[in-house]
Each structure stands twice: as C-alpha cells, then as structure tokens.
Design a protein around this ligand. Structure first.
Ligand SMILES: C[S@@+](CC[C@H](N)C(=O)[O-])C[C@H]1O[C@@H](n2cnc3c(N)ncnc32)[C@H](O)[C@@H]1O
Length: 258
C-alpha cells in the first residue's frame, strides 16, 4: 500500500525548509545551526546571484567540510561560514537578515525564549524566520511488542547526545507555544508526518531505529533484546507490515513590515 505522506529524504526536506523561508531575490539569509550544510544549496539558489547566505554553527569540522564543497560561492562572497556559539545573544547586527532558518537546533539551546528574541532582533522588518524541529518522542511505530517499542522510542528521545548541552525529544510539539510567546509571534505552524513503509537500507527510519538499538541499555533493554526487536521490524517490512511516522513541526514567522 502506498502512503500519501512523503517519506523523509534529505533533498526534498531541505528544499522544503528553504522554500518556507520566502527568500527575496538578492536576499540575505542565515542558516542558524547549519550542520553539514544540507539546506545551503537551496538557500543559495533561492537568494539568487546577488544574494548572501551565512551558515553558522559551532562544529568546525562540519564548517570545514562545507567549505570544500562551495569554493566558488565562498570566493565570490555569496556564502560565508562562521563558527558561532548559538545562545541568547547572536553575533550579528540588528536587522541584518531577510530570512533565517533554524532546523533541528533549538532543542540544544538552554534559553530558547532568549534565542527567539535575538532572532527577531537580527531579522529585518518584514523578514521571515523558519524554526523547525522533529518530535522524536512522537514517532509512530507498528510493532508486535508495544511495551518494548515504547521504551526504545522514549529512551532515544530522552537521550542527550555528547555534542548537546541540553536536549528535548518533544521539541516539535513545544515549538508553537514557544514561538507564540516570543517576538516572532506573527506565525503559522504545520505538523508534517514523514511515513516510511519499507525500512530501506539508507532510510531515515532505519537510522533512527538503529539509534534506538544503540541506546537500548539506557532504557534497561539488552543488546540481544534490541537486536531481536529490530529483526522483527525487518520481518514486518518484508511482509508489508512496517509503519514508521516521524512528526516534523515547523513555525514560519514574519515580522511586521515597517
Ligand atoms: C541536528 S543538527 C541540524 C543541522 C541542520 N540545521 C540540518 O537541519 O541538517 C544540529 C546542529 O546544531 C549545532 N549546534 C547545536 N548547539 C549549538 C550551539 N549552542 N551553538 C552552535 N551550534 C550548535 C550542531 O553543531 C549541529 O550542527
């Protein structure tokens, strides 16, 4: 059976994030927490030949890897990469950007309200901010052992990775309330479900499930139990019985025009 929901794929996902930012021609855009830079090509395309895109992250290795992929854009000033620690005060001038995207980052920031206030400060009047987050604790997964599945889903969602100061596996569902209470409150929100029915080799679902297995011991589940659980899900996929849905919540805010 074919799902009418999209499956998560990097190309269509990051293209969609960029499209939501409503970047004007020749616009100035910030990708706050740009990670491996997967949204940057779409931001560059949307801002056009005289646009300016800034990718900001504190992970220097990621920034170095991105740098080697965009030599021309960096040389002609269309792309700037900057090592920034994102917290409540961002190192950018007021009203610097037409559009700002911040995807799967805000769970890592201790004072989320202060960050949203500062995003509003560096956005131009009439500018657009896209704040998005997956809700890892809200994953739907069809399985034969509901209790074990709940433990593994929650265990993954509750885990703070070593590169994170703080984390929140329910960040997606918190976003509309959080942004609504900030200066970015003129906003719309949508919750999208990415559905996978096949558990193919490089799919997002497989990476997520393997992540749950690798953290199983934190949930009091042995490696053998977790491995057998994944094998049963693979058998389900073979039999057409696999279902995985990942919620993505985003908020698009536009500051009032002058
Ligand atoms: C899950 S990745 C998301 C990357 C990208 N936005 C995407 O959607 O592919 C989170 C990124 O946020 C960055 N990050 C987390 N906390 C940060 C902080 N306090 N300052 C700067 N970067 C941070 C990490 O280095 C990582 O690259």
């Amino acid at each position: 059976m074919r799902s009418l929901n999209p499956e998560w794929s990097p190309d269509s996902f990051h293209a969609r994030v960029a499209a939501l930012a409503e970047i004007p021609a020749n616009g100035k855009v910030l990708d706050l927490g740009c990670g491996k830079g997967l949204t940057l090509p779409y931001l560059l395309a949307a801002s056009g030949p005289s646009g300016e895109v800034v990718g900001a992250d504190r992970d220097q290795r990621s920034l170095d890897a991105i740098r080697s992929g965009f030599p021309e854009e960096i040389a002609n000033g269309r792309l700037t990469l900057t090592n920034v620690r994102i917290d409540d005060t961002l190192p950018f001038l007021a009203e610097r950007f037409d559009s700002i995207v911040c995807q799967n980052v805000i769970e890592c920031i201790p004072d989320k309200g202060a960050l949203l206030t500062d995003i509003a400060r560096i956005l131009k009047p009439g500018g657009v901010a896209v704040i998005g987050h997956h809700d890892f604790d809200g994953v739907l997964l069809a399985s034969d052992d509901r209790d074990l599945t709940r433990r593994l889903v929650h265990g993954y969602a509750d885990h703070t990775q070593e590169w994170q100061e703080v984390s929140d596996g329910q960040m997606g569902r918190q976003l509309p309330g959080l942004v609504g209470a900030s200066p970015l409150s003129t906003a719309v929100t949508e919750t999208v479900l990415f559905v996978d029915r096949t558990l193919s080799r490089n799919s997002y679902a497989r990476q997520h499930l393997e992540g749950m297995v690798s953290l199983a011991r934190e949930s009091g589940v042995t490696d053998d139990e977790a491995g057998a659980w994944l094998a049963r899900l693979e058998a389900r996929a073979e039999a057409g019985q696999f279902y995985y849905a990942l919620p993505w919540v985003y908020v698009v805010s536009r500051l009032p025009s002058p």
